[in-house]
Ligand binder design. Structure first.
Ligand code: SAM
Length: 332
C-alpha cells in the first residue's frame, strides 16, 4: 500500500526520485519493523494475560520481562512488585487516576449531558444512585433549571460525606445505603422527577439490577444512566485478552508524569485482579444495547442512548428512559 503510494509520488527528476525512493524505503522498513515489534509485544502481553488467567504468575512475569510498551513495562513492574511485596499508595493512585487522563474529558461530557437533561426536564426532585463524592453531580447542578432538592444514595460513608459537603446550599437527603434496600422500601408516594446514576449501576449483578430497576420504575419520571458501552466477550478468551491489552495500553498512555503511580497503585491491580482465578467479580458491565433491553424489561419506556465520550476503556453513553410514576402521588 505504502509502496504504491511511494511509486506514484516519485518525481520525474531521477536524482530527486532516488532521494524520495530512499526516504520511502527507510520509512517502509521502519514501519515494517514497528509492525513486527507491535505484533511481538502483543504476543507477549497476550501470553502474560493468558498466564494470569491460569494463575501462573511466574509465566506472566517471564512473558513481559523487559517490556517495551507502557503496558508491558507496567505489568512487568507490577508483577515484580507483587513478588517483592512493595505496596503503592492506592488512595493517591486513584486520586491521580480519576483527576487526570481521559477522566477529565469524560466527567466534563457527563456533567454537560446531565445539565442539558435538567434544562429539558426542569426537575424539582432528583435522586442520585451511587453518587460517590458527587464529582459528576455537583458541576451539573450549576445549570439554572437544576433542582434544589437532591436525594443521595451511597454505601460508602466517606464518599457520601464528601458529596454532602460538595452540595452545601442544596436541600440534601443523604442515605447511607446500598440502592437495593433503598429502592425496595420506597413509600408508595415517593416520586423523583429524575433518577440518575453515573458509573454506579454496573456494580450490581445483572439480576439484582433487574429488581432495583423494577422497584424504581413506579417512582421515577426520567431515568438517566451513564455507563460504558463494553463489548460482551467470554472471560479470558482471546478476544477478551486482546480487548484488555488494547484498552489498558491506551489508558496508560493518557498519564505521563504520574503514570507509574496510576499504573502500580490502581490500573495494574485492577487489570490483574479481574483475571486471576478466584478473583471476586466487582463489575457487571454490558453493551449499551443490553442496558437498553434491561431498562425496558423493568418497565421503562422511550429509551434513548446517546454516545458521550470516547474513553480509553470503552465509549461512555447516556441512557434516558421514562418511568411511570403515579400522577396523583405527591413529589418528594
Ligand atoms: C465508579 S463510582 C461512581 C461514583 C459517581 N457516581 C461518579 O460518577 O463519580 C461507583 C459508586 O457506586 C457506589 N456503589 C457501589 N455499590 C452500590 C450499591 N449497591 N448501591 C448504590 N451505590 C453503590 C460506590 O460506592 C461508588 O461510589
Amino acid at each position: 500500500m505504502l509502496g504504491n503510494t511511494a511509486t506514484e509520488l516519485l518525481p520525474h527528476d531521477e536524482a530527486a526520485g532516488r532521494v524520495v525512493r530512499g526516504a520511502f524505503g527507510d520509512l517502509e522498513n521502519a514501519i515494517e519493523q514497528a509492525v513486527w515489534l507491535a505484533r511481538a509485544v502483543t504476543t507477549y502481553i497476550d501470553e502474560a494475560l493468558k498466564a494470569l488467567a491460569a494463575g501462573d504468575i511466574d509465566r506472566a512475569r517471564e512473558a513481559v520481562r523487559g517490556g517495551g510498551t507502557p503496558l508491558t513495562a507496567a505489568l512487568a513492574e507490577h508483577l515484580d512488585d507483587a513478588r517483592s511485596g512493595s505496596v503503592y499508595d492506592q488512595p493517591a493512585a486513584f486520586e491521580a487516576f480519576i483527576n487526570g487522563g481521559g477522566n477529565v474529558g469524560l466527567y466534563q461530557a457527563v456533567t454537560e449531558a446531565l445539565g442539558n437533561l435538567y434544562a429539558r426536564v426542569r426537575p424539582s426532585s432528583l435522586l442520585d444512585i451511587g453518587c460517590g463524592d458527587g464529582r459528576a453531580l455537583r458541576p451539573a447542578l450549576t445549570v439554572e433549571q437544576a433542582p434544589a432538592s437532591v436525594t443521595l444514595v451511597e454505601p460508602s460513608e466517606t464518599l457520601l460525606d464528601s458529596a454532602v459537603r460538595a452540595l452545601d446550599g442544596f436541600q440534601v437527603d443523604a442515605r447511607h445505603s446500598r440502592v437495593e434496600p433503598f429502592a425496595a422500601a420506597l413509600p408508595d408516594d415517593a416520586v423523583f422527577d429524575v433518577a440518575q446514576s453515573t458509573f454506579a449501576l454496573h456494580t450490581l449483578p445483572h439480576e439484582v439490577r433487574d429488581e432495583v430497576l423494577a422497584d424504581l420504575v413506579g417512582h421515577v419520571g426520567v431515568l438517566a444512566v451513564v455507563e460504558f458501552d463494553v463489548p460482551d466477550l467470554p472471560h479470558a478468551s482471546p478476544e477478551h485478552r486482546r480487548f484488555l491489552a488494547e484498552a489498558y495500553e491506551r489508558g496508560l498512555t493518557e498519564y505521563d508524569a504520574d503514570r507509574t503511580l496510576v499504573a502500580q497503585g490502581f490500573l495494574m491491580p485492577v487489570l490483574t485482579g479481574q483475571l486471576v482465578p478466584g478473583a471476586t467479580r466487582a463489575t457487571w458491565e454490558q453493551p449499551a444495547s443490553r442496558w437498553a433491553e434491561q431498562v425496558t424489561r423493568a418497565g421503562f419506556t422511550g429509551v434513548e442512548v446517546t454516545r458521550l465520550h470516547d474513553y480509553w476503556w470503552s465509549p461512555a453513553f447516556l441512557l434516558t428512559a421514562s418511568g411511570s410514576p403515579t400522577a396523583t402521588t405527591p413529589r418528594r
